[in-house]
Design a protein around this ligand. Structure first.
Ligand SMILES: [Zn+2]
Length: 59
C-alpha cells in the first residue's frame, strides 16, 4: 500500500523533498480519521506551542 505524498500541514513542504533521515523525523498525527503531517522543523515549533499553550478557560 502506497501512502500519498505527505505534505507538511504548516509550511506545505513535501516530505519527498526531504532526505531519508529527515523523512524519518516527520510527525504524523491522526485527527478525526484524517492524517496530518508535520515536518521536523514545524513539529518542533508545534510542540512548543502545545507546551506553551495556556489551558482553556484560563482567560
Ligand atoms: Zn513544515
Amino acid at each position: 500500500m502506497t501512502e500519498p505524498t505527505a505534505v507538511c500541514s504548516v509550511c506545505g513542504v513535501h516530505r519527498d523533498s526531504a532526505g531519508p533521515v529527515d523523512a524519518m523525523a516527520w510527525v504524523r498525527e491522526t485527527e478525526d480519521g484524517r492524517t496530518r503531517w508535520l515536518c521536523p522543523r514545524c513539529a518542533r515549533d508545534h510542540l512548543r506551542d502545545i507546551e506553551g499553550k495556556l489551558p482553556a478557560g484560563y482567560w
